[in-house]
Design a protein around this ligand. Structure first.
Ligand SMILES: [Zn+2]
Length: 571
């Protein structure tokens, strides 16, 4: 309604039609549609594309109230739809992490940065140091650096007003500053606690570094469960701004309920620059069903109706579930997750399928995490049973990660209508350890995007931002496109690509990062391509992805992001 006054005034004086809200012209649009006619301009009104064509046609529609932007010949794509983020963790991780930190100077700098934004007394948590000690980020392995451990004494002054409790990525070491040690009741001069080994200096004084099974218990009661709402709002604003700067206009999030409330609050204040598809934990299906939530619930900014469950672990901790054991750990087959097992951790036949079947009958969409080949295979068995017992309908089942598929299982994907919700950047990061852990033969079925696609799975790309405690996954979709097309690390190795027969072309990759995402939330009729009538979400890039090499995309920048017809990022 705010816009009405100036529009009316202009009409009274200029007496011309207001025209579309926005016209982008002199662009090179990849619309995602198979049309032959080139598109160099689009008109946008009330959040939707209202016209596409060449400059002369579209610019003729301009009225007194139209903003026109010259794209200077640049490449434009439908806005990226990241089908897999953990926004709550990403928001927190952006605020503070030392995963890639290898020097004390960098550690001090990062602590100093986080302290700047904190109210007095707020805790510093997280850390995850050491994840890249053995493998440099972006390498294919073997580029070890010295083991890094933060020197807490260097940040004691900086953090005097902020208790700090941080950890190594694998929980083998923890660190606390003096305020945190005091809060936990530790006598710094004479540190002692059950199950905790304190590192001490020459005078027997605690340095802040701790190991042992008792550490987490010692701090459990003093470390806050979460951050204040104000701090989380600020973290989320920051995360949304980062996402917009990479051309992401939709994402599918798995976070806690407070995060959903934050999105709703930011929407009220006009600060929600991202369409959010929000997924709840599978175990909560009944609660959602009781509230009447089902596929399609919500609206085009905040969409509900999907559930996410986990069937197995992850590669990063060698807990993904395989038919054969790990090459480097012959007793280990990986493990099943909660809902698959009883309280003693024993597999319970039919239990997980029961959750799936009941949620499915409540018309909730299922998306299930599966990494190892046995996990993926078992899920396909479950889906076949679901089709046989509850009817074969358009479920858009999301096989989350679809990371390692056994050779005999690829052919089942298409018949089951499976959406492969995959994160191509994983391969650029994970190839550093894949073959050492599962061997060459099994690795052929890993991140096998081409074979997934050729077997009829719908590819829906995402980032898994911000990653696990062992790996950092950036949200930048250009990294994902690079990984899918080149199958190389960020450093460009191996030269031919890792299992190069699984490379896909840029058009397939772009579609997976745009329309594939829209399809996976039952929204391909309203977004995912630049089409008349669809939601006006797009990104303008510094380079034409069809005219440049994958290695160039690592430096390609987003110069303009439009979500719902509104410019949400401009470089
Ligand atoms: Zn994830």
């Amino acid at each position: 309604m705010k816009n009405l006054v100036p529009v009316l005034l202009l009409c009274l004086t200029a007496c011309s039609a207001p025209g579309p809200d926005l016209i982008l012209y002199n662009g090179d649009f990849w619309t995602g549609n198979a049309e032959d006619a080139p598109v160099t301009a689009v008109a946008i009104q009330d959040g939707h594309f209202t016209a596409l064509g060449v400059d002369s046609e579209v610019r003729a529609l301009a009225g007194s109230d139209t903003r026109e932007i010259d794209l200077e010949g640049r490449f434009a794509t439908p806005g990226f739809n990241d089908t897999h983020v953990h926004a709550q963790s990403a928001a927190r991780f952006l605020e503070f992490n030392i995963m890639q930190t290898g020097t004390q100077e960098d550690f001090q700098q990062r602590v100093s940065d986080v302290v700047d934004g904190l109210a007095e007394g707020e805790w510093i948590l997280g850390g995850f140091w050491g994840a890249y000690d053995e493998w440099t980020s972006g390498s294919a392995g073997g580029q070890a650096r010295d083991k890094f451990t933060p020197n807490i004494s260097l940040v004691e002054d900086l953090t005097a007003a902020h208790p700090m409790f941080i950890r190594r990525f694998d929980n083998s070491e923890f660190a606390a500053n003096r305020p945190a040690l005091e809060a936990a009741g530790v006598d710094i001069q004479n540190p002692e606690a059950e199950g905790v080994e304190f590192a001490v200096d020459g005078n027997g004084v605690a340095t802040g570094i701790m190991t042992g099974p008792g550490v987490r218990g010692l701090f459990a009661d003093v470390v806050p469960d979460g951050f204040s709402l104000a701090r989380r709002m600020e973290q989320t604003r920051n995360a949304l701004a980062v996402a917009a700067s990479y051309g992401v206009t939709s994402f599918s999030d798995m976070s806690d309920d407070t995060q959903l409330e934050i999105y709703r609050a930011l929407r009220e204040t006009g600060e929600l620059t991202m369409r959010v598809h929000f997924r709840y934990f599978l175990g909560r299906w009944q609660e959602l069903a009781a509230q009447g939530i089902e596929v399609g619930s919500g609206d085009e900014w905040i969409r509900l109706g999907a559930l996410k469950g986990h069937i197995d672990g992850i590669m990063g901790t060698s807990s993904a579930r395989f038919f054969q054991s790990y090459e480097n750990d012959p007793q280990n087959y990986g493990r099943w997750r909660q809902l698959m097992v009883d309280e003693q951790g024993q597999f319970v036949e039919g239990q997980f399928l029961g959750y799936m079947a009941r949620a499915d009958s409540a018309n909730l969409q299922l998306s299930i995490h599966a990494i190892g080949d046995e996990a993926n295979s078992l899920l396909m068995d479950y889906l076949e049973i679901l089709n046989a017992t509850s009817g074969d309908r358009d479920r858009r089942f999301r096989l989350v990660h679809a990371q390692v598929i056994a050779p005999q299982d690829f052919a089942r994907l298409g018949n089951l209508g499976i959406i492969a919700e995959v994160q191509p950047y994983h391969l650029a990061d994970d190839m550093r350890w894949m073959e050492e852990r599962i061997g060459t033969e099994r690795s052929r079925g890993a991140y096998a995007f081409k074979t997934l696609h050729e077997n009829g799975a719908v590819l829906a790309f995402g980032s898994d931002w911000p990653g696990t405690s062992a790996s950092e996954y950036p949200i930048n979709p250009l990294y994902g496109l690079y990984a899918a097309v080149s199958r190389q690390t960020l450093a460009g190795t191996p030269a031919e690509g890792w299992f190069p027969e699984e490379k896909i072309d840029i058009e397939t990759a772009l579609r997976a990062y745009t329309l594939g995402g829209a399809y996976s939330s039952f929204e391909d009729d309203i977004k995912g391509t630049i089409s008349e009538g669809k939601l006006a979400d797009l990104a303008v890039l510094s380079d034409d992805l069809f005219e440049t090499e994958p290695k160039d995309w690592l430096d390609t920048e987003v110069v303009l992001t439009v979500a719902g017809g509104r410019v949400v990022f401009e470089r």
